[in-house]
Design a protein around this ligand. Structure first.
Ligand SMILES: [Zn+2]
Length: 211
């Protein structure tokens, strides 16, 4: 089962994927009977668009079984929004994730120290999935040490993939047009295992779909 843990495109009817939605898209999806699993959140690039009203809206959607992950949310040094503001908005989503018991799908660029500090301080119960992880092995090791999941897409560091245990390793297409099967193949070859052993995404996916 080639689970795509993070994509921005609508998956084919039977392919298992968690589709990231904008707030506008989410409004339509959650008002409809559309099937699937989704993620919604405040991206750090748009953290300045955060409002109480949207947060309440997100919390309402969160009670829907189709909302699997909160995010993508996180921290980005290239965002025009100040880091402090990004941290505030991220913390609200961390609180929501803990309250509703759904994992976070995290976008982090250049702010890993801040991210790791938050995780060490808050000690969340919910999984933290760092999406599109491109970091070097040292960074991967730090993230894994504090219990993060790493999700790898089109651009990954092979050494980081090699050192990530399969129970913490997720795979995503994000905005890439590469088929998810291709990414599973690349990663399985690197890890010298069958693609069928790459089951961390499947476990997460099934935990939502069994509801
Ligand atoms: Zn994305």
């Amino acid at each position: 089962m080639f689970v795509d843990i993070h994509t921005h495109s609508a998956p084919d009817a039977d392919s298992p994927a968690i589709q990231n939605l904008t707030f506008t898209e989410a409004g339509k999806v959650f008002a409809s009977a559309q099937k699937g699993l989704f993620s919604v959140g405040f991206h750090p690039w748009f953290a300045n668009e955060f409002s109480e009203k949207f947060m309440l809206q997100l919390e309402k959607w969160a009670s829907d079984d189709r909302l699997a992950l909160i995010g993508e949310c996180g921290l980005d040094k290239n965002s025009k929004v100040s880091l402090q503001e990004q941290i505030d908005v991220f913390q609200q989503q961390i609180r929501l994730s803990e309250k509703i018991q759904k994992p976070l799908i995290i976008h982090c660029v250049g702010c890993f120290n801040e991210l790791f500090d938050l995780k060490k301080t808050i000690k969340p119960q919910q999984r933290w999935i760092i999406h599109g992880f491109r970091g070097k092995p040292q960074l991967a090791a730090q993230a894994l040490k504090i219990g993060c999941f790493l999700s790898f897409g089109e651009h990954f560091n092979p050494e980081s993939v090699r050192l990530t245990p399969i129970d913490k390793l997720l795979i995503e297409t994000d905005k890439s047009s590469l088929p998810i099967e291709e990414l599973y193949n690349q990663i399985a070859i690197l890890k010298e295992i069958e693609t069928s052993k790459l089951t961390a995404g499947e476990l997460i996916y099934k935990s939502f779909n069994s509801k």
